[in-house]
Structure formats: structure tokens, C-alpha cells
Design a protein around this ligand. Sequence first.
Ligand SMILES: *[C@@H]1O[C@H](CO)[C@@H](O)[C@H](O)[C@H]1NC(C)=O
Length: 464
Amino acid sequence: MWKLTLVSLLLIYGIAKYFGSTGQPELPVLPSDQYWGPGQAREVDKSIRPFKIDIPKQVIDDLKTRLSRTRSLTKPLEGAAWTYGVNTGYLQTVLEYWREKYNWTERQALLNKYPQFKTNIQGLDIHFYHVKPTVPKDRPVRVLPLLLLHGWPGSVVEFQKAIPLLSTPRPDQDFVFELVVPSLPGYGFSDSAVRPGLGSAQVAVLMTNLMNRLGFEKFYTQGGDWGSLITTNIGILRPTNVLGAHLNLCSSRTVSSTFWSILGSYIPSLIVSDEHWSKMYPLSYHWSRLVEEMGYLHIQSTKPDTVGVALSDSPAGLAAYILEKFSTWTNPEYRFSEDGKLLEKFTIDELLDNLMLYWVTNSITTSMRLYSESFNSAQQSLKLDSANLRVPTGCAIFPHEISYQPESLLRLRYSDLVQVNHMPRGGHFAIFEEPQLLADDVWSFVGLVEKKKKTKQTATSTEL
Ligand SMILES: *[C@@H]1O[C@H](CO)[C@@H](O)[C@H](O)[C@H]1NC(C)=O
């Protein structure tokens, strides 16, 4: 019997070794100057123009009129809470607040607190915050550029609380961050492409160009959701530009990770500790949960323009569609509460600010197209999903994130994983929900990378 076991183990080991090889596929070469704007490709205006959010009164009046004309919402099923999607009983109270109490004049002033700009990259006007740190005269610190990228259905609103936490020097660190926080193309105040093809790989090129335009040849990156995918792509496609990538959604979706995940359902100890076992097993439970939550992804990856018509015409529809995500993705248990515990981690004003960035710019349709452009055969043929990220990487794993993978699998994808932390609380919208935890993790990650660099430099100079 032990012989059979031994042979099986060897066989498994061999297959695993084969699938676990971390060879880099041949990387695609993406042009830096692909033109996404209207008309023929042409030289763009490279100026960097100051920008302030200033929405005409008619847009706000129109919004309030639409809210006042919302048809009566279909009553939720008894006891269904948010398990059939948004709970319309609770949504009603949100819509009333939006119409009667939400003060855009005040909120807009808050969103204009940090300096914003627009500049044209590859034919598209890109909107971004550019926040320089205040460096104390008596204690000079190094200023490191950090690109912060949001995802869907988020926006630059998510970063408002983290901005001061990252741009104010800390007594225990000899560096501080200079922040660039853009709206992704097709999101908020950034232009959207006029022709197909601007997927997450091409967005990575565009964002690198933005940083270069601002004079940053080398920079740190941070992101969750699409922000994590795009920063990963930047590190793969433009590795010499990246000092380090901090992600709050790390994922290794290679053939070998899938193989190990399945093997791990028989012998979990191969890949995951007892403590974290229930975050990924039983597979049947977690996969069916994913199917339950990923309907939106299928729609947006295939027919974004159809659902976009409804969402861009009805603020109630937009609120339903987006707020459902802010409930369930913050904590899956929240869907069993009547109020979706929407205000457990966010204020109603913060949630509405984020909605406003989609509403006033009418960008929900173009935001959803990022899925169609990224989950198609043209994009998949670039094989970036199976490419290794070789720049220094930090993974912050939040307990209520939509999916979980143990460090052992993440290491198959991220070859220079400098830091992996299991966070004490928080979900998908980490920087919005837990700005302090996320910011602390970024400080600690960059501290490690900088220290490693210094050690290397010292070693080299001693050799000389
Ligand atoms: C909204 O806020 C502004 C600025 O604080 C204030 O002047 C205005 O009266 C407020 N509007 C309403 C309807 O409360």
C-alpha cells in the first residue's frame, strides 16, 4: 500500500512541478503612442492644465427632478434582505436622502480640496489629483512618487481619506509619497476611448505615459480591483518604470494555480494553513459563491452598452446597481441585513459622492466597457494573466475580499513578493473602508523595498 502512495505522490509531484514552472511567456510589445481619441492620430497638446470639479446647476436640478419622478419601487420579498440584489425598501431611504439632504455644493468643495489636473495622453484627456507632500525643513525626507489606481464601481472618491495619510511624513520613515490619483479612461472626468481595444493592458501603458508626462520615470503603484490588475500590467509591461507594486487584490489565475487549488482540496496542507482553509475550501462552496456574485461581470464583459442605457437614464437604477456592490463586497454577510449594512463602514455622503462621479459625467457605460475590452480574445492572447510580475510586490489580503488565495499560490505569480499581510478587517474597497490599515501597509511595504535597495547599494559599494 505504501508503494502505491509513494508512486501517487511522486506522480503528483512531477505534474505539479511541470505545471508549477514559472517560465515567463513571451511578453507582447504594446506601442506607447496608440491613439484613442476622436479622428486621425495626431500630436496631442502635452500641457498639464489645472482642473476643478464644477458641475452646472442644470445637471443637479435635472438629477433632482429625475429622483422625484422615480416610479414606485417593486417591494422586496419578505425576509430577502439583499439576497435578490439591492433591497428596494432600504434603497428608498437612500434615494430620499440623495434628493432632499445631499448637498452637492458642499461635497464638490470637499472633492476639490486636493489639486487636480487634466492632460492629454494618447488622444484622451486624463483627470488626476496630484498631491505633493509637505516636507519639513528641519528633517529632509526623500519624496517617492506613488500612483494610486481605483477600480469599478469606484472612483477617485475612494482615496480622499488615504491622501493625507500617505502624503504626510512619518517620524519613523525617511521618505514620503507624492501622489498621482487618476480617473481611469472612461471613468469620471477622464475621456473614454472612441474605438475598441482599450483594455487593461493598454490602460497600463496609458497610465505609465501619464507618470512619465509628470516627470516620473520610476514610481511605486498601488491598487485594488481594476487598479490591481492595471498596476500588475504596468509592472509586467513596463518593469523598468516600477519601483514596487502594492496590491490589495492579489490573484494568481495561471494553469498551475488552478491545478494546485484543486489538488489542495484533497491535501490542503500542501498549499494553505488550517487557519485560512475555510477562505478557499470547500471549492464547491466558494465557486458557487463566485457564480452568485459574478453575473454583473458577464453582462459587462459582453453587452455593457445595453445595460448602460438604463443606468445612465435613471439615478435610482444607477444607485441600485452600484450600492449593491458596496454592501456585498464590503462583507458578504451584509446581504442578510435589511439595510445591507451600507453605513457600517461608509457614510451616505461618501457613497453618494462616488455615485455622483458616475452620474454627473454620465460615465457608467464607458466604465463598464473596460470589462468588454479586457475579457475578450484579443486581450487574452496577450497572455498577461499567466505572466509573472517580477517587480517587488506587496499583497494586503483583506478578510472579506471576494476571493482568497494563499501565499503559496501567489508566489507562483509574483516572483518578488516582499510582503504579504493578512489584515485584521476590511473587504474589497479597502482604501475607502480602512484607509489607515491600507496606508500603514503601503508604508511598511515601501519601507522594506527601500531598505533592500540600500543594503544592495551598500554591498555594491563595499565590493568596489
Ligand atoms: C449647501 O451647502 C452650502 C455651502 O455650505 C450652503 O450655502 C447651502 O445653503 C446648502 N444648501 C442646502 C439646500 O442646504
